[in-house]
Structures are given as structure tokens and as C-alpha cells.
Design a binder for this molecule. Sequence first.
Ligand SMILES: CC(C)(COP(=O)(O)OP(=O)(O)OC[C@H]1O[C@@H](n2cnc3c(N)ncnc32)[C@H](O)[C@@H]1OP(=O)(O)O)[C@@H](O)C(=O)NCCC(=O)NCCS
Length: 200
Amino acid sequence: MEIHGGFTETMQEGSGDMRRPFLIGERLYLRLLEESDIGEDYLGWLNDVEVTRYLETGRFPSTLETMRKYLNHFRNSTTDMIFAIVDRETDHHVGNVTLNRISWIHRTADTGLMIGRKDFWGKGYAFEAWSLLIEYAFQRLGLRKIIAGAVADNKASIVALEKLGFRVEGTFRREYLIDGEYRDSVRLGLLREEFYKYVQ
Ligand SMILES: CC(C)(COP(=O)(O)OP(=O)(O)OC[C@H]1O[C@@H](n2cnc3c(N)ncnc32)[C@H](O)[C@@H]1OP(=O)(O)O)[C@@H](O)C(=O)NCCC(=O)NCCS
């Protein structure tokens, strides 16, 4: 996977035209999430209980207005970023990935990810999107540790994170109400030297 240095209006590479790619992988690329991404498709993901089952998003109905407010939060922030995950083959926006609460003192950040298009689940897209973001966080932002949280039942998420090198650092008992029951959550952490790409 290549990391590209900056924004380009469009870029021809491989199978399709990419619009303002920031980080380019084999099957997907990441670019900043934009106002034009906010629309009925994305709104549908946030109001789909299967997509939001393990997320805080979705507890209350989302609207185009709440989504714009959410996007505005990231503008001009030096500690929170959100990227659109875009399928290179079709140029479809399929999900988002965030790098949040960057601490420039401790050199840590949290990450979260949503593949909103369910037809893109189970194809390794979470792994590839996180891989691009984490390499960027370590190499270009100089961070040394990335943190992720997941409901313990969210096996697909935990498997993808563990494949990247994350380790479970702790369990929080009965933290979240999911499908009428209080479920455990886990916190996972990834040190730079544990990232699968850097492991010898
Ligand atoms: C959870 C989510 C991120 C997974 O994305 P994805 O692109 O389908 O994940 P990947 O294909 O990269 O990897 C999933 C892995 O989990 C495995 N997996 C899936 N369900 C599993 C289960 N019930 N038990 C064990 N492993 C499972 C898959 O086999 C795959 O492993 P493999 O690559 O070795 O085959 C995606 O479904 C999603 O965005 N869901 C909605 C939002 C969400 O829950 N986000 C995560 C918040 S922490």
C-alpha cells in the first residue's frame, strides 16, 4: 500500500479515478469526509440497526442536520480527523474511519471505524482501511500508540484489530446496553512496534 503526500483533485491509478485521495490502498482509498458525502445513503447507514448495533451512534435518529454538525466538529480540529473510506473499483463511499483524541503529548490517539455498506462487510475492508490510517498515524504524525474500544461481542471488529496487531488491554464489565442486555466491552491497544507491518 502506498501513502501519498497530499491532496490531488483526481488521480488516475489502477482501476478507477480517485477523487482527492489522501491515503491509497490496494482496494480502497481514504480521503477527507466532505459535505457532499452527507446524503441519503450515509443517513441510511446511521439509521440501520444492524450497522449501529455496537455503536453509540444510532441510539437517537440521525438527520442530515445532525450529520452536518458531526462533520463540522472535525473541521479545524487538530485532535480529531474523519476520513471517507472509498472503494477504488466503484468510487463508492462505503464507510468512515476516525482518528480521535490525538494527544500530542502522549503521542496516542483513539480510532473508530464503520463500514456502512453491508455488501462490503467480510471482505477485509476494515483491515485495509485501518491499516492505511494506522501507518499514517505512526509514520507521518509520529504517534506511538493507537487505542480502540469494542463491544466484546463485536467479533468482526476485534478479529480485524487483532490482525493489525492490537492486543486486548482490559475488559469493562456490562458497559453497554445492546439488544436489551448489558454487554462487556474491551479496550485494545497497539504500540508502534506491534503493528503487523513493523513486526519482523
Ligand atoms: C465490524 C466491522 C468494522 C468489520 O468490518 P469488515 O470489513 O467486515 O471486517 P474485515 O473483513 O476486515 O475482518 C473481519 C474479520 O472478522 C472475522 N469475523 C467476522 N465475524 C466473526 C465472528 N462472528 N467470529 C469470529 N470472527 C469473525 C472475519 O472472518 C474476518 O477475519 P478474516 O479476515 O481472518 O477472515 C464492520 O462490520 C462494521 O463497520 N460494522 C458496523 C460498525 C461497527 O461495528 N464498527 C466497529 C466499531 S469498534
